[in-house]
Design a protein around this ligand. Structure first.
Ligand SMILES: [Zn+2]
Ligand SMILES: [Zn+2]
Length: 175
């Protein structure tokens, strides 16, 4: 398949339900994250009086780096989005009407770019600070050891150091 297959011309849609199913190479998305080869997209477009409701479901496998322990980890992701689309009108009236409605309403100009939307869904899903697991212990701030795999005794030492610094600080303030 080609990238262009993911761009839907609204005029080609019939009133009612239109279902699409794609499996396309991750390279199509052109994002700098490590994605498994195939991205699965299921989209249903309901059309009525030129108004559209788009329901998208995207499945992908991504490799991320844990922000705590700096190890790579994989995640199988399934994410959904519902979007309402109305025909583009180049006047201010429509824009003010749009603002009053919910944020998930957008305008379309003949085409719906499912590839672009899929890309946005994936980027939106990616956490700012990914964690390999909720209970990740991260790295020891002193020796840098991965605390998920190993233990060290820096914690006790640094605790003592902290107390030492604190007591010195108090001493200095008193003098
Ligand atoms: Zn981690
Ligand atoms: Zn340590």
């Amino acid at each position: 398949m080609k990238k262009h297959d993911l761009i839907i011309n609204v005029n080609s849609l019939q009133d009612g339900e239109n279902k699409f199913s794609f499996a396309f190479p991750a390279e199509f998305l052109n994002i700098k994250y490590e994605l498994d080869h195939r991205v699965i997209l299921k989209a249903t477009i309901y059309k009525k009086n030129k108004k559209l409701k788009l329901v998208m479901n995207v499945s992908f496998k991504i490799t991320l780096i844990c922000s705590l322990c700096i190890e790579k980890f994989h995640r199988n992701v399934n994410t959904s989005l519902t979007l309402y689309l109305i025909p583009f009108r180049n006047d201010n009236k429509t824009n003010t009407e749009l603002e009053k409605k919910d944020l998930l309403t957008e305008q379309y100009k003949e085409e719906i770019n499912l590839l672009q939307l899929t890309k946005e869904m994936i980027l939106l899903w990616i956490p700012i600070a990914p964690k390999c697991k909720v209970s990740c212990k991260g790295l020891c701030p002193t020796c840098g050891i991965n605390l998920n795999k190993n233990t060290c005794n820096c914690k006790e030492i640094s605790k003592n150091n902290a107390f030492l610094k604190l007591s010195n600080l108090i001493k200095n303030e008193r003098n």
